[in-house]
Unconditional design. Structure first.
Length: 328
C-alpha cells in the first residue's frame, strides 16, 4: 500500500561572502534605509568567481543526502531548478551528477524561476508515485550575482546566491508526506521579469556587449501585484486540496522576495506573522533556491517538527507560481 512521498532530508549551502546593504551603497546609488524599508533585505551572499551554480547545488545536495541517509551513488533522479545555469547546455544537473558521483541518476534542469523548486517537487513526487524512480534529489540553486546588472539599483539590491536541496522517496507507514501540490504559468506576462539577452532571441554580440542584456530586468511594481494574488490563490489551492484549515498550518514558507509581499500573503491567508518563515533579511531573493534554503533552515532549527503541516508557496518569472502542502 502506498503511503505517498516523503521528504527524507534537506540541506542548504550559502557562499561565505556577505554583502551588506551598507557595503553595496558604496558602489550603487542606494541606501540601507531604502532597501530595508522597501524589501526587508539587509544582506545577501555572493559566490566566489570559481564557485558555480553546480558547486552550490552539490554542497546543498550532500547535506540533504547525509540527512536522508542515502548514498550519492544510489540517487536515481536529480532535478536542478535554476535560472542561472553553469552553461546553457548541458544542464546544471549533469554537472551536479558528476560532482556527487551519482552516476546512475537521470539528471535534468527545470527553468521556472523562483517557483522552480516547487515545480521540481511536484515532478519528482509524481515520478516516484508512478514507480519510475525510487528516490529523487531536488535542488534549487542560483548564482544570481553573475546575472544582475550592478549598475541598475532597481534590481541589483534584491538578489543573492545560494542553494537548497531535498531528498524525496516513497514514504513508509507513519512517515510524513507531501499532501498536495499546485503549479501554474501565465505566459502573457513574460515581459515583466526576464533576462532578455544571451538566448536565441538576442545573442550577445560585439555590438550589444555594452548593454548588459544578459542580466535581470524587472517591472517591480507590476510583478508585486501579481505575486500577492497568485501566491495567495496557489497556497489556498493546496490548503483546500490537503483538506486543511488556516489554523491547522504550523508554518508557511513563502518565496523570499520582499517582506511586504510576505506580510500581504500572510494576512490574506489568515496566518499570523509568527507562523511565517522569513530569512530574506540574510540572503535577499535567491530565486529557485529561496524556498529550498528556507525549508532546510526551518527544519534544522526545529521550527518544523514531526506532524507539522507546512505550506510552501512561490512566484516568479514566467510568470510562474507553485505551492505544496506537507505533513512533516
Ligand atoms: O522573485 C520574483 C518576484 N519578484 C518580486 O516579487 C519583486 C516584486 N517587486 C518588488 O519587490 C518591489 O516592486 C521593488 C522592491 C522591486 C521596488 O519597490 P517599489 O516600492 O515598487 O519601488 P519603486 O520601483 O516604485 O521605486 C520607488 C522609488 C523610485 O524613485 P521615484 O521615481 O519615486 O523618484 C525609484 O527610482 O525608489 C527609487 N529606487 C531606489 N532608491 C534607492 C528604486 N530602487 C532604488 C534603490 N535605492 N535600490
Amino acid at each position: 500500500m502506498s503511503h505517498g512521498v516523503t521528504i527524507a532530508g534537506t540541506g542548504s549551502y550559502l557562499p561565505e561572502k556577505i554583502l551588506t546593504n551598507d557595503e553595496l551603497s558604496k558602489f550603487v546609488d542606494t541606501s540601507d534605509e531604502w532597501i530595508v524599508t522597501r524589501t526587508g533585505i539587509k544582506a545577501r551572499r555572493i559566490a566566489a568567481d570559481d564557485e558555480h551554480t553546480s558547486h552550490l547545488a552539490s554542497k546543498a545536495a550532500e547535506r540533504a543526502l547525509e540527512q536522508a541517509n542515502i548514498a550519492a551513488e544510489d540517487v536515481e533522479l536529480i532535478i536542478v531548478a535554476t535560472i542561472t545555469p553553469d552553461t546553457l547546455t548541458p544542464a546544471t544537473a549533469c554537472y551536479v551528477q558528476q560532482q556527487l558521483g551519482s552516476h546512475k541518476a537521470v539528471a535534468f534542469d527545470v527553468s521556472a524561476a523562483c517557483s522552480g523548486f516547487l515545480y521540481a517537487m511536484k515532478l519528482a513526487k509524481n515520478l516516484i508515485e508512478s514507480g519510475s524512480f525510487k528516490n529523487a534529489l531536488i535542488i534549487g540553486a542560483e548564482k544570481l550575482s553573475s546575472f544582475v546588472n550592478w549598475k541598475d539599483r532597481t534590481t541589483c539590491v534584491l538578489f543573492g546566491d545560494g542553494a537548497g536541496a531535498a531528498v524525496l522517496r516513497a514514504a513508509e507507514e507513519g512517515e510524513g508526506r507531501i499532501l498536495a501540490t499546485d503549479i501554474g504559468t501565465d505566459g502573457k506576462q513574460t515581459h515583466l521579469l526576464n533576462i532578455p539577452g544571451g538566448g536565441s532571441a538576442c545573442p550577445i554580440t560585439i555590438d550589444n556587449a555594452g548593454e548588459r542584456l544578459a542580466t535581470l530586468a524587472m517591472l517591480g511594481k507590476e510583478v508585486f501585484k501579481h505575486a500577492v494574488t497568485r501566491m495567495k490563490n496557489s497556497a489556498n489551492t493546496v490548503i483546500e486540496r490537503a483538506g486543511l484549515q488556516a489554523e491547522d498550518i504550523s508554518i508557511v514558507i513563502p518565496h523570499q522576495a520582499n517582506l511586504r509581499i510576505i506580510d500581504a500573503i500572510a494576512s490574506r491567508l489568515d496566518v499570523p506573522n509568527e507562523r511565517v518563515f522569513v530569512n530574506l533579511h540574510k540572503y535577499g531573493n535567491t530565486s529557485a533556491a529561496a524556498i529550498a534554503i528556507a525549508l532546510d533552515e526551518a527544519h534544522r532549527t526545529g521550527e518544523i517538527k514531526k506532524g507539522d503541516k507546512v505550506v510552501m508557496v512561490a512566484f516568479g518569472a514566467g510568470l510562474t507560481w507553485a505551492a505544496a502542502a506537507i505533513e512533516w
